[in-house]
Design a binder for this molecule. Structure first.
Ligand SMILES: Cc1cc2nc3c(=O)[nH]c(=O)nc-3n(C[C@H](O)[C@H](O)[C@H](O)COP(=O)(O)OP(=O)(O)OC[C@H]3O[C@@H](n4cnc5c(N)ncnc54)[C@H](O)[C@@H]3O)c2cc1C
Length: 364
């Protein structure tokens, strides 16, 4: 029960406060039990005020924006879910500035419409602008960290609100100091864009080939955006309420990075299982060699649609890396599937997969 005095302060700050809200209505997996309270904040000032108040009163808080990278337990969240809904976007002066709650793909679309480039490879990624630095979102050879100019953060222990550069965020592959942390809230972001209207150099072979271009080439930004959206749709990676393959959190596991000393053993296990003649997708990465989680999942025997038509939680029928809710799944169903896939891959290849989404009140 939220102290009525605290609730009144949230309302005074401009938040819309509701009780017993099913979090399944706020996540792209459409999973998650009830939040005791939801405080929807549609301006930056309200968001700051609400966070400062709840933190000062030691109320448990879950920050949620688009809900596209969250797995929330069936028991929900016993505290206040702060929904980030501030949404102003400005394009100009070689940059785009977006409030945290702006829809990320709207931000990309706005830059393309304004004739500036650089974000087109990140088209179609669900969720909010403010969450993009949290896991350094990336796709088709571009990570948001490569275009991030600065981020406006609210430090939750001091209450200080200030802009910081990307070097303060510890950005890495699908991670940053903000991920799995309650230290700060992103209020706004500012990104560099290319004023000539051409894309960033194409750095992903599948995309370049599908455009009939060479890697490193730059094409009109709208052309690249259209192609990225088409490729993503074919993999169920653009949200579509009518397509259960998109009732997901995107890629469920990150691509594992195998340290050099373990690589020979892992490659031997793969060769033994799939045969000598197969090309194993692998890339040099910080800390070792990055393997493809989707490839390993499939080679370990988990085919698209696993475990079959009757299951409420299944692998996407388009992409083995996405775990999906077919409509009646619970978080417990999804967690059981995630464990089965993770353990199956580890048993066969000796490689442990780690979930990409943030888990709340559940353990994978
Ligand atoms: C179909 C599909 C495809 C996807 N494809 C990709 C992809 O290609 N590449 C990729 O990187 N990701 C992808 N994702 C994952 C997801 O879209 C991104 O991680 C996205 O940035 C999450 O944004 P969100 O607003 O939905 O965050 P939420 O799910 O609401 O939150 C995720 C985490 O970030 C925290 N958070 C959110 N906003 C803030 C904020 N303002 N300040 C501090 N913390 C915050 C939350 O507390 C939570 O811990 C995909 C997801 C889906 C469903």
């Amino acid at each position: 029960m939220l102290d009525p005095r605290i609730r009144a302060r949230l309302v005074d700050a401009g938040a819309a406060v509701t009780e017993s809200v099913p979090l399944s209505t706020l996540t792209t997996l459409r999973l998650g039990g009830p939040a005791h309270y939801l405080a929807d904040c549609n301006t930056t000032e309200t968001l700051i005020e609400v966070m400062r108040c709840l933190d000062a009163e030691n109320v448990p808080v879950l920050v949620l924006a688009g809900g596209s990278n969250l797995v929330i337990g069936d028991d929900g969240f016993a505290g206040v879910v702060v929904k980030i809904s501030n949404s102003r976007v400005d394009v100009g002066g070689g940059a785009v500035r977006a409030e945290a709650g702006a829809g990320w793909d709207d931000v990309v679309a706005r830059t393309v419409a304004a004739g500036v480039g650089g974000l087109e490879c990140l088209s179609g990624i669900p969720g909010s602008a403010g969450a993009t630095p949290v896991q350094n979102v990336g796709a088709y050879g571009v990570e948001v960290g490569s275009v991030l100019r600065r981020v406006r953060l609210l430090d939750r222990s001091s209450g200080i609100d200030e802009w910081v550069g990307p070097e303060a965020l510890g950005l890495g592959y699908r991670t940053s100091v903000l991920k799995h942390s309650d230290d700060a809230v992103v209020l706004e972001i500012e990104l560099d864009v290319r004023p000539d209207g051409f894309s960033a150099p194409l750095g992903y072979r599948e995309l370049a080939t599908s455009l009939g271009a060479e890697e490193g080439e730059r094409l009109p930004t709208a052309q690249v955006r259209d192609q990225v959206l088409a490729l993503r749709r074919s993999k169920g990676m653009v949200l579509d309420p009518d397509d259960h393959d998109t009732w997901s959190a995107g890629s469920f596991f990150t691509n594992p990075v195998v340290p050099d000393d373990r690589l020979p053993g892992v490659l031997a296990a793969i060769t033994e299982h799939v045969g000598m003649d197969v090309r194993i997708p692998r890339y040099a990465a910080v800390g070792g060699t990055k393997l493809s989680a989707g490839w390993l999942i499939e080679r370990a025997g988990f085919v698209k649609g696993f475990p079959g038509d009757d299951a409420a939680a299944r692998l996407s029928t388009k992409h083995t890396l996405a775990l999906t809710n077919r409509g009646s799944a619970t978080t417990a169903d999804l967690v059981a599937l995630a464990r089965e896939v993770r353990d199956g891959v580890e048993d066969v290849f000796g490689v442990r997969l780690h979930p990409e989404p943030v888990t709340v009140n559940c353990v994978i």
